[in-house]
Design a protein around this ligand. Sequence first.
Ligand code: RIB
Length: 331
Amino acid sequence: MSNIREVAKVAGVSIATVSRALSHPDKVSKNSLKKVNDAIALVGYKPNMLARNFRFHKSYAILVLVPELANPFFSTVVKGIEDVARQKGFNVLLGDSRDSIDREKEYLKLIETRQADGVIQLRPHRPADGQIFSHADFPVVSACGCVGTPYPSVRIDNAAAQQQVVEHLISLGHTRIGVITGLADNPHSIVRLKGYKQALENAGIPFDDTLVTEGDFSLWSGLNSATQFIHMDQKPTAIVAFNDEMAIGAIKGFKSVGLDVPNDISVTGFDDIEFSKYNEPTLTTISQPATELGKTAMNLLHRLLEGKTLAQQEYILPFEFIVRGSTANKA
Ligand code: RIB
């Protein structure tokens, strides 16, 4: 197998010159660079990846900031990112930020130290975050975000999706519809709540804030909200959870006190994670195109890494409303 020594010998230059030609081609004379490149071609030398990365000042890695890796929705998005990244010759570094901006800032050191070339942020941008990414320095793409993201982004229309879910429940005769949001300041909570309110308003049903409980997108918080609904004097007849995990947690809570889902109470989710098809009952939910969101985000980031511009700042992908076994007519 050829090596750098052989290249130097054939090119008639020192090993140091070959090395410099690989790492800093701009610091080598045109004549020497040509000799080195010709020798590389002649002996069939393949510079290793490290040398390639040094030469182009690139790591060929991207950083994906995930708010909650344990959430199957996000791991599916990451799968889509990874599929495209591999095709493009990039490795994926994962940072599980647990929805914390401070953790994200820590992970950005990977960019500062050139261990990653660009970022895909899956945590929805909050106005209070400011612009932690100065995208003049490195490219950033937001996936699964919300309206008002300052970076190029790909997402679904969360408000329209949630509105469609509530309209379905209203069409089944439900008017007391409880809500399980994520954390109150999470943009998905805010935007999905807008969709919920819009559906009520269109149907002439007054909004009642006592029917809104705050979760945190976890199974446990869904179960906790179910307990709150069970103890209400005027119980809701249907519940919209702002993701599938909370819906599954809530169903467990209702079943534990002998309530039948959907005959006593309907429950809906959001995301269409794999478990939603296996839950008992199966979950009526919004299917987000998780893999496609990831693939699109990586394709956009790759364009930016190549110094190209994007046709749009915001890419909205279609969602699908799936009716399964967890919703029924009001008893
Ligand atoms: O951040 C949590 C939720 O927001 C996920 O479950 C998914 O719905 C995402 O959009």
